[in-house]
Design a protein around this ligand. Structure first.
Ligand SMILES: [Zn+2]
Length: 285
């Protein structure tokens, strides 16, 4: 028994030692659940879901190359690559990896994915600061989490602003500025056409006002203003197909005249209202 325990310990030590730094598992209360495997599935003619159960990652397919949005946790990278292959595509054809926002649960796997595939990375201008520094942006409501929130850093990230496009073949992916949850947050939109029928697809960045305990959104009116503008921007997008950075935060549209993007924005607006009310009811100590 002792020798079996010893052998297992040795095996685990070897596995950990052989794990490239940028794939070392991140540990957090929800990480294991977020990182559960799900089969890839088609969202639209040119778009596949290739993420894990709780963290979205989508693959956009053009005959000239592939584009991936978000990389989950560091330990999600291998699962995403497996899902890309299972969907029938060669990961070495990924030209771009785009990021929604520079937090460990959406950007954690990007360094490894970029290294393995050779893809270029693009993110919102403020997001690039966090991605290259391997630390949250100083203005991030979650910046106070410090070490706990670190993820592998990367270099040579292209900074994009609202309305900038990433083009592969005939596929044009447009950046939609979505700051508020994190500085430099980006949603991304593109179309999928078959014959004469086109669908507008949106990858929605997070809207929830999450922070360290000592941070008050009411002390940062500029952040609240940015988040409100993001909510309005996302609500107004053409939106036949939607995916959110956290898929379980995306509600169904309540009726035929409301898009899922608008339903998501409404939910974000209500969550922000509740948060500001709570801060109002519980003044700073
Ligand atoms: Zn986040």
């Amino acid at each position: 028994m002792l020798s079996l325990t010893f052998s297992l310990a040795l095996l685990m030590a070897t596995v950990v030692a052989n794990q490239p730094h940028d794939q070392e598992p991140k540990h957090c209360p929800r990480c294991a659940q977020w990182n559960e495997h799900v089969e890839p599935y088609r969202l639209a003619d040119n778009t596949w879901y290739v993420g894990t159960k709780g963290l979205a990652s989508v693959l956009i397919v053009d005959p000239k190359g592939l584009v991936l949005i978000d990389g989950g946790l560091p330990q999600s990278a291998v699962l995403i690559l497996a899902n890309v292959r299972k969907a029938g595509f060669d990961p070495s054809r990924i030209r771009w990896i785009l990021n929604s926002h520079a937090h460990f649960d959406h950007a954690g796997g990007i360094a490894a994915l970029a290294r393995i595939t050779g893809a270029q990375v693009a993110a919102g201008r403020e997001g690039v600061i966090a991605l290259t520094a391997a630390a949250y942006h100083p203005d991030d409501p979650q910046a106070g989490f410090g070490e706990e929130a670190r993820f592998p850093s990367m270099q040579h990230v292209r900074a994009v602003d609202d309305g900038d496009v990433i083009t592969v073949g005939n596929t044009i992916i447009t950046a939609v500025a979505s700051p508020g949850h994190a500085p430099g947050g980006m949603s991304w939109r593109w179309t999928s056409c078959r014959a004469d029928v086109c669908q507008a697809i949106v990858y929605l960045d997070s809207l929830n006002p999450v922070s360290t305990d000592d941070y008050r959104f009411t002390d940062h009116p500029d952040v609240v203003k940015a988040l409100r503008a993001t909510i309005d921007r996302l609500a107004a997008l053409p939106c036949d197909v939607a995916m959110a950075a956290h898929p379980d935060q995306l509600p169904d549209a309540p009726n035929a005249s409301t898009t899922r993007c608008a339903a998501y924005a409404d939910k974000g607006r209500e969550t922000l209202r509740v948060r500001l009310q709570q801060e109002h009811d519980r003044p700073a100590q």
